[in-house]
Design a protein around this ligand. Sequence first.
Ligand code: SIN
Length: 484
Amino acid sequence: MKVYDYVIIGTGIAGLNAARLIPKDKRVLILCKMSTWNCNTFWAQGGIASAVDENDIPLHIKDTLEAGVNYNDIEAVELLSKKSISTIKNLIDSGMKFDLNEEGKLAYTKEAAHSRNRILHADGDATGRMMHIFLLENCIHEIVTQAVVCDLLIKDDICYGVQYFTSETEQKVAYAHNTIIASGGVGSIYRYHTNSTANAGEVQGIIAEKKLPLKDMEMMQFHPTVVRGTSFARKPLLSEALRGEGAYIVDENGYRFLFDYHKDGELAPRDVVSRSIFDYNKKTSLGVYLSFSTFEKNAFRKRFPNIYANLKELGYDLPFERVPISPAFHYSMGGVETTLDAKVKGMKNLYAIGEVACTGVHGANRLASNSLLEGLVFSQIAVEKSLEENFKIDFKEYDKPIIDYIRNKEIDKDLKDSLREIMWTYASIVRELKTLEESLKTIEEYLKKDVGRLLYLRLLTAKSILTAALNRKKSLGAHYIKED
Ligand code: SIN
């Protein structure tokens, strides 16, 4: 029986950076749910945050804690910020090219809730895509696409590997000494989001099924500025870097209402801006827009070439025209609870990194552009720890039955649509205990139905979000409970 040294689930920044750091002589299998570019990293626009120098570390930590409403794990935040400089340096030394300023030095920009410029970017506003391409180009290990993980082979505190679909009906098992989960967030269980369609939270569902810890599942972040009015579930993002560099939010009469909600206006933390837009629109029924009038055309095109081109395709002439916006689901701060070693809590050889993990770095609201950084830093930690421990499984000790799962069933389509609608309406920017309770009951009813494996796992994830939201009776950061 072939036993891999590593199975990595996911080909976003965390999974690919882990792969980059695993030595050549190790046997590595990387499982990618759809095609390689189908991940949130590919769509990340604004950039990657990093402490600019040693002096900036305390300030980066402070900003991260303030945005996270001090609900963050302080040790994890310190680790993130302290490792940021060497992590970025290692990437640049390996060939990654970030944008430079006129003096040929790294160009740092600003995003909301950062007290200084510390966001690196690449190809203007295609940072995630450029990092993703770089990591893919440098990947020396085997990637299998269209490999949809449907189970983890867990017995006691050891993970023996994974089970995955290779087609609608075929399933395979891969045994591994180390399993690294880097499967991303849950965006596709929301009706409107900014995520890749591959991110539907199935692995979080497996973790819930195995009674392994999920943490802060109620902490869901909504990005304030996506383009309103397009027909797809995945909404085009208007990067926070636009506001960091001068774009501003107005109502249809041109009024900058955000200053009525927070002293920093559109540069307030993301949860505050999303909630304020939601509230203002509800109270006034006025449309909300992002205005670019502070930009000069050529400078705008040069700095934000992809947003310029995408919006042109949608019929907007930037920076002259304002664009209708609304918040949409963007990022899950919660996820699989990990230790500072990036291990799934309670497990010997199972790691979780990137958006799927809850390291505690983001607290109740993630500071903009800390997510790509988290993916890099904690993937490195996971690889270092696993190499140091050199844990070995004996696959013969895994004596549980391998279940022959049915991937999808006839009944799934309508329930999936209903799930997305429920999450978008009731587990959203503003929540109410009564409707959260009703939603949980509905999801529990769906879980009793004879659904396919993938929907079953998504429902378990939704259940964990709703349960966590109900357990937190008071508002905190991105989790906002409307009081009667
Ligand atoms: C953006 O460009 O606004 C997204 C950045 C992030 O989610 O950190």
